[in-house]
Design a protein around this ligand. Structure first.
Ligand code: 13P
Ligand code: SF4
Length: 301
């Protein structure tokens, strides 16, 4: 039996749902029940009525699933699937930062550990960061963490007083303005769509054609009639784009933009995860209860 067939059988036996992020390996995306961005997958996890949620993504996504749907068994197929951006701030560092800015509202990007979310007022993802910040009362300062490029983008768009944590994603930070200028010169007329974590952020995000979450980029790709589109994010997303719109050429801004954490999970890991019910994600109850408040505010916004 193929690995895909084994996974399908085990999913039924375990009464499991398989969620996969847009950056996952193509073969993992193809066997998943739902593929999408952080917000979409959080919602799918929250409403999941199957006993087991297998999260083909990274740890903060699986933790979010567990926090939002605590009675389910949540599995991360490879425990090494972390996130360099989430690692850029600890709960202790956030507590110290809050002490420097009493009264500020803490907006935590979903790419954070459960401990950090527990210290936040509200969470956001790349698809709703503008909306979440706009809902903060206008007289309040904001601490935005941990991605400085996304935070700077939101600050420019909203004009709000936002303090930025100096963190970045090692994959997106390498997408620099020089590469963007070069690709524009080599592919004249092709629109550039970019994820707001891109390191071209501060100087260049205002100049790209669209700044979008990964699902926003997939939707753009599906609908465009352009012969070519330049894609500034992790290359795993190209799989969905090319399948949904074979008439358009999707060119990565940087073919080396590969998230090593997202690529930890392969089909054998997913199969083993279902067969052995590994690796279970647990979040201490007190942490989960506080983090849930910030996540539920995000989901309700
Ligand atoms: P999205 O929520 O846009 O999918 O982004 C998640 C992520 O980790 C980007 O690096
Ligand atoms: Fe984290 Fe960056 Fe990988 Fe996204 S692409 S999971 S932010 S390391």
């Amino acid at each position: 039996m193929s690995l895909e067939a084994e996974i399908r059988v085990l999913k039924e036996e375990r009464r499991a749902v398989l969620l996969a992020h847009n950056y996952q390996r193509p073969e993992v995306q193809d066997v998943a029940d739902y593929v999408g961005d952080s917000l979409y997958l959080s919602r799918k996890a929250r409403e999941a009525d199957r006993e087991v949620i297998v999260f083909a993504g990274v740890r903060f996504m699986a933790e979010t699933a567990k926090i939002l749907n605590p009675t389910r068994t949540v599995l991360l197929p490879d425990p090494r699937a972390g996130c360099g951006l989430a690692d850029s701030i600890t709960a202790e560092q956030l507590r110290a930062w809050k002490r420097e800015h009493p009264g500020a509202v803490v907006v935590a990007y979903i790419n954070t550990s459960a401990d950090v979310k527990a210290e936040a007022d509200v969470c956001c993802t790349s698809s709703n960061a503008l909306k979440i910040v706009e809902q903060v009362p206008p007289d309040r300062e904001i601490l935005f963490l941990p991605d400085m490029f996304l935070g700077d983008f939101v600050r420019r768009r909203t004009g709000r007083k936002i303090h930025l944590w100096v963190g970045d994603c090692p994959v997106h930070a390498r997408l620099r303005p020089e590469a963007l200028r070069q690709v524009r010169a080599e592919h004249p007329g092709a629109p550039v769509i970019a994820h707001p974590e891109c390191g071209c952020g501060t100087q260049v995000l205002p100049d790209v054609d669209r700044v979008l979450s990964t699902d926003g980029m997939v939707r753009f790709a599906e609908e465009t009639r352009d012969p070519e589109v330049i894609v500034a994010t992790e290359v795993g997303i190209l799989h969905r784009m090319r399948r949904l719109n074979p008439g358009t050429r999707f060119t990565p801004l940087d073919a080396g933009a590969i998230c090593p954490y997202m690529k930890e999970i392969d089909l054998a890991d997913v199969r083993d995860s279902l067969a052995r019910l590994q690796h279970r994600i647990e979040v201490p109850i007190d942490v989960a209860d506080r983090a849930r408040l910030a996540l539920e505010r995000m989901v309700a916004a």
